[in-house]
Design a protein around this ligand. Sequence first.
Ligand SMILES: *Cc1c(COP(=O)(O)O)cnc(C)c1O
Length: 381
Amino acid sequence: MSDVKMNIQMVDLKTQYERLKPEIDAAVQEVLQSCAYINGPAVKSFKAHMESYLDARHVIPCANGTDALQIALMGVGLQPGDEVIVPAFTYVSTAEVIALLNLKPVMVDVDPDTFNVTADLVEAAITPKTKAVVPVNLFGQSCDLEPIMEVAKAHGLWVIEDNAQAIGADYTFKDGHTQKTGTIGHIGCTSFYPSKNLGAYGDGGALYTNDEALGQQLQMIANHGQVKRYYHDMVGVNSRLDSIQAAILDIKLAHLDEYAAARRSAANYYDQAFAGIEGLQTPARDPKSTHVFHQYTLKVANGKRDALQKHLQEAGIPNMIYYPVPLYKQKAYQQAMDQQIDYLPVTEDLCNSVISLPMHTELDEPTLAHIADQVKAFFQK
Ligand SMILES: *Cc1c(COP(=O)(O)O)cnc(C)c1O
């Protein structure tokens, strides 16, 4: 065991910034000088670069990822009481916006290996009131979206991808062609929260779609329901990406693939270090998706997760439990759900067995070795 004292972080935004500091500082200065703080050239430039990176017809920048999900649901014309299928194992935003719009979140279980919803789980939850499904590309890997799209098509459902954790991931279809996650459903939503794979230095988000009419609709909703200024065709929201954030994101977007590669290489290191440890499951890699490792999430068997967490905490290794409580057990969602779910076995098991290790773009080998040693030491005790 090493007794190296290291200042390890769950996410290291500082070093990442330092690498791009001259470029980012200059871009921020430029916005400050221009005074075009809202909808300035930086926003238009970032929007265009995102459209070409994603190969998406329309990217609509907005204020955050939660707003993106809300605008998406508003954009497909759902009525109060309509059912929207979501995984129970996700961040709260996914269900929050559904409840907020007086829609009914119908929570379903996830796959025990990829932690993502599957077409079968979605199909089993469809009722005559189902109008949409929000698959979440969790932890940086695409859901198996092709069969989900087929089920949705057969039942006339909208598919809104929550792509907050998987920006940049590629999904491969049966015919061999690939598409970026978020551009496969009717609408994709993402977040530029600082710790996300493409993180701003404040809040930010975006929607993407390949549907021309839908793109116009989403843009209009995000801008107070107006196309022509002061003429409001519908009730919208005010959700914008600041010019300063857009300028920062525009620079970072050019590094996104390199960031994903750095994350993957850290994940590969962990995978190898933990191979063969009994009772420890490393993240499954779906051959249909590249993995951009928003999180590196282990499954710990035999009820030992909390003990591992304690061991890591004592050793100064940051870690997080994403997510400790199934959404249907959250007090806020008891009422919104109307049907009472007691137990989704995979979700319950994951909430009790997962733990995420430090994952970011700046993990060097000594740091990874130190983290891996501490994890291994726990299992050798
Ligand atoms: C981060 C996140 C969001 C929300 O993004 P914000 O920008 O924080 O509003 C939504 N869904 C998932 C899965 C997320 O991880």
